[in-house]
Design a binder for this molecule. Structure first.
Ligand SMILES: Nc1ncnc2c1ncn2[C@@H]1O[C@H](COP(=O)(O)OP(=O)(O)OP(=O)(O)O)[C@@H](O)[C@H]1O
Ligand SMILES: [Mg+2]
Length: 273
């Protein structure tokens, strides 16, 4: 099992998009993937399971807030925790018999943010949650919000690999600098380093400024930077909307280049490139 956390301090860099493309790519290869939506905005949840997880008033019926609630109960039993994780994990049918698993999330999680911290649950949260599953997934993919919260810290504490989707822009680089300083601090606190940390350039345009900052990214962060960047193209959001079929009938060279970059990202995550 490998736990991969998609995180950045800057909003809109592609955390949700890339974590979903990465998960769909793996599921298409027959891997067992659990997507954990760590973001109370719930964008991964909406993309994967909007019609299954909300009641008529728009409140979340199952998912992360209920797991956190169980986790925070005083003297909660292992059985109670286990059944809460199982009840709040959803199987999502993709296409042609392929599935992935999702722990949905939504705004309700905000209610528990300070409680998680004050309960000192943050460093152990992800590993305890995963130990409640019936069978270990091959990959746990965590989609984080664009700020530090108890859930983003929990993801950083529990992850084996960090993927930082990065825009090639001045503010994109500021975001990476800030995140890396937080990551250093988490490494110190949890007492072990990551299997890998990968910076994945995303939304790359054919402009002078983008080319300039892409060069800055590559020269400043060297081996951390993924070999292939992902272009800014309407095909990327379309692929998310279409889901798995988009992976099997890559009808354009643009789509093929996106799948190629995701495949290279996986190799980099696994240190096989
Ligand atoms: N390579 C790309 N080409 C075109 N559009 C993209 C690409 N990557 C992401 N987007 C679009 O950019 C927007 C932001 O992407 P996404 O939601 O994945 O970012 P995020 O980092 O998860 O944002 P947030 O910080 O709000 O969680 C979305 O509308 C998405 O469709
Ligand atoms: Mg997001």
């Amino acid at each position: 099992m490998l736990k991969v956390c998609f995180i950045s301090m800057k909003g809109g860099t592609g955390k949700t998009t890339l974590s979903l493309l990465f998960s769909l790519y793996l599921a298409n290869k027959g891997k067992k993937v659990l997507v954990v939506d760590m973001d109370p905005q719930g964008n991964a949840t909406i993309a994967l399971a909007e019609n299954k997880v909300f009641d008529d008033n728009g409140f979340l019926k199952l998912g992360m807030p209920y797991i956190i609630e169980a986790f925070l109960l005083p003297k909660v039993s292992a059985d109670r925790l286990r059944s809460s994780v199982l009840e709040n994990t959803l199987e999502v049918s993709l296409h042609a018999g392929r599935v992935l698993y999702l722990i949905p999330n939504f705004l309700e999680s905000h209610r528990y943010d300070l409680h998680l911290v004050s309960n000192h649950a943050v460093p152990v949260f992800v590993n305890e949650l995963i130990s409640c599953l019936d069978a270990e997934p091959d990959f746990v993919v965590m989609d984080c919000p664009p700020y530090m919260s108890s859930l983003s810290y929990a993801a950083l504490f529990g992850a084996d690999v960090i993927v930082i989707p990065a825009e090639a822009s001045k503010f994109g680089i500021v975001g990476i600098e800030l995140l890396l300083s937080v990551v250093e601090d988490v490494i110190r606190k949890r007492g072990n380093s990551y299997y890998n940390i990968v910076i994945q350039p995303n939304r790359i345009k054919n402009t002078k400024s983008c080319t300039f900052y892409l060069d800055v990214l590559r020269s400043r962060y060297k081996d951390f930077v993924a070999l292939k960047h992902i272009k800014e193209t309407v095909e990327v959001p379309r692929m998310i909307r279409e889901g798995l079929p988009a992976f099997n009938s890559a009808t354009s060279s643009t789509r093929e280049s996106v799948i190629d970059a995701i495949s290279a990202l996986l190799e980099k995550v696994l240190k096989r490139e």
